[in-house]
Design a protein. Structure first.
Length: 234
């Protein structure tokens, strides 16, 4: 499935919630009107009964518990027709249950659509884990965001310890450690694979973008540019 299309299920959930809220709002309005009319002994209100089938469909969309409420409602009204005020009262109870059970889903859906960090993901913990990896000197520009309900992405900039670019073309010369200009240096590819494997194994990231930077040049977050590292220049 293409990258962005994984949000189709999230959009579907949001549309369903909005539809449920609209229908519930209509039922709440009708229930308030009916309670007022019943209290005023309005004869016409006695004939204005909420459609049980419609209520059942809406209840099935929300939760199984709402179906149970409908069964109770039908039994009470069948046994005691004069208790028709229970109908709009239970409709209001149903509306409160719908609101309570869908607010959390709506918040999660909006978080995904706005590319927010998943609530179960601790960015500080991920950054600390990366800093503790061998050969990792600096971690910055760490970003984690939701792609779908069960997948998230990560992008991060990594500065390895005493890193240098391994410019050789022969595969047998791509080593994990090498002496460059008389000092030990780490191959970029090794650090990249190490970081990628760590975040995918420990946190299950499906999409990762890892930028490995030269120790002599680092990102300037204030200008979004690459500048010489002051420490390496000393």
């Amino acid at each position: 499935m293409p990258y962005g299309f994984q949000r189709a299920e999230v959009l579907g959930a949001l549309v369903s919630i909005l539809f449920l809220w609209v229908v519930t709002g209509i039922l709440v309005k009708e229930s308030i009107v009916r309670i007022h009319n019943i209290a005023a002994n309005n004869a016409e209100a006695a004939e204005d009964i909420v459609d049980g089938k419609t209520m059942f469909i809406i209840a099935a969309i929300a939760l199984v518990v709402n179906v149970i409420l409908m069964k109770i409602l039908g039994a009470v009204i069948w046994a005691k027709p004069s208790w028709n005020v229970i109908d709009p009262i239970l409709t209001l109870v149903f509306a409160m249950i719908v609101a309570y059970t869908t607010v959390g889903i709506c918040q999660t859906t909006l978080r995904v659509l706005m590319e927010g960090t998943p609530v179960e993901m601790d960015t500080a913990e991920v950054e600390a884990m990366l800093r503790n990896l061998p050969y990792v000197h600096e971690v910055h520009n760490l970003r984690i965001w939701s792609i779908g309900s069960d997948s998230c992405a990560l992008s991060v900039h990594i500065v390895p310890t005493n890193s240098k670019v391994d410019a050789t073309t022969d595969a047998q010369h791509h080593v994990h450690e090498a002496n460059i200009d008389g000092a030990p240096a780490i191959c970029y590819g090794f650090v990249l694979r190490q970081v990628e494997r760590a975040v995918q194994t420990r946190y299950g990231f499906k999409y990762t973008t890892i930028q490995v930077e030269d120790n002599d040049y680092v990102c300037d977050d204030t200008t979004d540019s690459v500048v010489p590292n002051a420490q390496s220049a000393v």
